[in-house]
Design a protein around this ligand. Structure first.
Ligand code: GRG
Length: 289
């Protein structure tokens, strides 16, 4: 991990820890335990890192993006908790430890996810943006990316398509929503926090579209070539799903990860000082976790 990634990651870990830190004396302490169990369980923190870096690329102090960066990570964590539930993927391991419902039970896992999603918007609303229009745009974008038009919508399409083989366009559409939407939220909200121009915000969205596709294709590959030890979660669990590996095979997936990453990198031409984000995008092409 590069120095800058480690700095962003450390900052966001502390920020997330502090957010719930003082609430543990409240009677609903059991809920905070369940939320923090998953929220502070590690993870790459890719989305907060992207939010902070796009803020910097647009000329802002990366810390300005922290409320948005943390909010996106909280929504991401809720999606993982719910995705692991018996009624969804029914997974036992996530981020190297038993899944939330295995430890706290199904009802508490559902509520921990619900609370993380809702609290994410409370946190996002604390961002200090000069123009209220930017604030409304950011919160609206976050909701759109997370909800029925974005991540949850993608999950519903995915569940509804397990009994049949999908076309290439259908798989792309599902994954753009399921995985791409939150990566889009991270990059776009970071750019908004940094006071980015319309051109810069569009470029952040274009970068996210390419990176989101590359990230999901690599994710599908890791379900085949990765190990549970490396990934911290079960592998081989997507065998019956409409994955990119099923659609294209491993070799073509490898090429597509490269070409979507290049598409993302090309979108950065409106920014200066992009070495770090280019290196970050490239490092994800052969990630093992
Ligand atoms: C609303 C009941 C209800 C359920 C929603 C929205 C949802 C369930 C699931 C979201 C879909 C999902 C989990 C997509 C997978 C995205 C993905 C590639 C996750 C892994 O992200 P990483 O690799 O994970 O960044 P870490 O652990 O590093 O943060």
């Amino acid at each position: 991990m590069t120095n800058r990634s480690a700095q962003y990651k450390d900052y966001i870990e502390t920020y997330l820890k502090n957010f719930y830190g003082e609430l543990h004396d409240l009677p609903q302490n059991a809920l905070f335990d369940a939320m923090e169990y998953s929220l502070l369980a590690g993870g790459k923190r890719l989305r907060p890192i992207l939010a902070m870096e796009f803020c910097r690329l647009c000329g802002g102090d990366p810390h300005q993006a922290a409320p948005f960066a943390a909010a996106v990570e909280m929504i991401h964590t809720y999606s993982l908790i719910h995705d692991d539930l018996p009624s969804m993927d029914n997974d036992d391991f996530r981020r190297g430890r038993p899944t939330n419902h295995k430890v706290y039970g199904e009802a508490m896992a559902i509520l921990a996810g619900d609370a993380l999603l809702t609290d994410a918007f409370m946190l996002a609303s604390t961002a200090q943006l000069a123009d209220p229009k930017d604030m409304a745009f950011a919160i609206g974008t976050l909701a759109e990316c997370a909800g029925s038009m974005g991540m949850v919508g993608g999950q519903v399409l995915d569940i509804g398509s397990e009994q049949r083989e999908l076309t290439e366009q259908e798989v792309i559409d599902i994954q753009t929503r399921k995985t791409g939407a939150l990566i889009n939220a991270a990059c776009v909200l970071g750019a908004i926090a940094g006071g980015g121009s319309e051109e810069q915000i569009d470029a952040a969205a274009k970068f996210a579209a390419g990176l989101g596709m590359a990230f999901q294709i690599r994710d599908d590959m890791l379900d085949v070539i990765g190990t549970q030890e490396e990934m911290g979660k079960g592998v081989g669990t997507d065998a019956v799903k409409n994955t990119f590996v099923r659609l294209y095979g491993l070799e073509r997936c490898e090429e597509l990860v490269q070409s979507y990453t290049q598409y993302a990198i090309d979108a950065l031409s409106v920014f200066e000082d992009t070495d770090y984000v280019v290196a970050l995008a490239k490092s994800l092409t052969d990630r093992r976790v």
